[in-house]
Design a protein around this ligand. Structure first.
Ligand code: PMP
Length: 437
């Protein structure tokens, strides 16, 4: 166990720990569904790390692949030269990607995937002879990482207050607050598809010919598990098509099986032009992300005279061989254990379990879909977010890791979760909910 006396040198301002002046809860090791704390307690991980460890912790296949790759080829750039494993991994990802999105660009994180997707969208519009389409549209309460692009299309005002508000030419779809309150509906709420028509408001305001792309999380995760009403994403797709706007799904959370389908695009039956992904791509083991693009988008940028190429982009660590090795081993686990669709068979049990908490004190909404859930509590008058934060701390002390975000506690267990784990999660959470004031 490392020395844990000094908790000052490494700082992570982006956390409620600071707001509530708490020390971090320290984890020493992990295996399967469980963490072990530095003082030797086993706690069940209902967050899959940070929505990324989809195949469970400590997978030997990934560790072996990483160490083999480090000894074989630790690094080679993807600029001017390349390495076969990158092409192999891209091809295998393309095979599981939603139909038509079979061109893969590698990044190192969700934030990079988002900024990459936004750049691709803008460059595509120029290449397609639409240079006036420079406007990007996000959504209120959307979270798209912390790069300047993702922060700007992100719909969390507090996250960008100190940074000149946001990039010029960014706007946000509204009504997410209406999406947020699903009022105990199971899975997707039946009503509300017309909330997508807010695209028309922005088209009327700015003109369709100025808008390059709309980016949304199919299910918003970090702002409290916001589930789209039935038909909402279909309507968004239709409106984008009508107005020549690209549709980007940020599937950093929903990708790689979270909803019981490989991607949310599969789950909802809506195909965007671009998907930003990360997290589950390597089971959280080695940082990596990927952007999936349609042939149409890819070809507009990559086929044709080099002098017309509008996209200049790429990272030192794009397709890092070690990340590719981790990703290949991860994908093999996902396929062998059918994890990308495993959630489908468990979602009813998961929803029943979550909805069994609905009448406990302070609970004002339960939202569950696939293998993700949010329990929203009424905010305490004096301190918004404090109730969920205290609940999270109490759960940790009782042996359960979940995440508090605002007044919602969010859960997204590894996809290897069994019914008995779900029972344990709900048991601990239920006890904690009865106690939180
Ligand atoms: N988009 C979404 C939807 C996310 O949930 C996150 C991270 N939680 C990001 C982007 C940013 O990913 P990263 O932290 O890997 O940069």
């Amino acid at each position: 166990i490392p020395n844990t006396q000094n908790l000052d040198a490494f700082w992570m301002p982006f956390t409620a720990n600071r707001q509530f002046k708490a020390e971090p809860r320290l984890i020493a090791s992990a295996e399967g569904m469980y963490y072990t704390t530095v003082d030797g307690r086993k706690v069940i991980d209902a967050s899959a790390g940070l929505w990324c460890v989809n195949a469970g912790h400590g997978r030997r296949e990934i560790a072996d692949a990483v160490s083999r790759q480090l000894m074989t080829l630790d690094y080679a750039p993807s600029f001017q030269i390349g390495h076969p494993i990158a092409f192999d991994f891209a091809e295998r990802l393309a095979a599981i990607a939603p139909r038509g999105l079979d061109r893969v660009f590698f990044t190192n994180s969700g934030s990079e995937s988002v900024d990459t997707a936004l750049k691709i969208a803008l460059a595509y519009q120029r290449s397609a002879g639409q240079p006036t389409r420079t406007r990007l549209i996000g959504r209120e309460r959307g979270y798209h990482g912390v790069g300047f692009g993702g922060m700007s299309v992100g719909g969390i005002v507090n996250n960008r207050r100190a940074f000149a508000t946001h990039l010029p030419g960014v706007d946000h779809l509204g009504h997410t607050h209406d999406l947020a309150r699903n009022a105990f509906s199971r899975g997707q709420p039946a009503h509300g598809a017309e909330l997508a028509d807010d695209v028309e408001r922005l088209v009327a305001l700015h003109g369709a010919e100025t808008i390059a792309a709309v980016i949304v999380e199919p299910v918003a995760g970090s702002t409290g598990v916001l589930i789209p009403p039935k038909g909402y994403l279909q309507r968004l797709r239709a409106l984008c098509d009508k107005h020549g706007i690209l549709l980007i799904f940020d599937e950093v959370i929903t990708g790689f099986g979270r909803l019981g389908a490989p991607f949310a695009a599969d789950y909802f039956g809506v195909t965007p032009d671009l998907i930003a992904s990360a997290k589950g791509i390597t089971n959280g083991s080695v940082p990596m992300g990927a952007v999936f693009a349609s042939r149409k988008v890819h070809d507009a940028l990559m086929v044709g005279p080099a002098s017309q190429i509008e996209l200049f982009h790429g990272y030192t660590y794009s397709a890092h061989p070690v990340a590719c090795a981790a990703g290949l081993a991860t994908l093999e686990i996902y396929q062998k254990e059918k994890l990308l669709t495993r959630g489908a068979a468990l979602t009813e049990y998961w929803q029943d379990a979550m909805h069994s908490l609905r009448s406990l004190p302070n609970v004002i909404d339960v939202r569950a879909i696939g293998l993700v859930a949010g329990i929203e509590m009424s905010p305490r008058k004096d301190a918004a977010g404090a109730r969920a934060y205290e609940l999270m701390v109490d759960c940790f002390n009782r042996g359960l890791v979940l995440r508090s975000t605002g007044d919602t506690v969010a859960m997204s267990p590894p996809l290897i979760v069994e019914r008995s784990h779900i029972d344990d999660i709900v048991g601990i959470l239920g006890d904690a909910l009865k106690r939180v004031a």
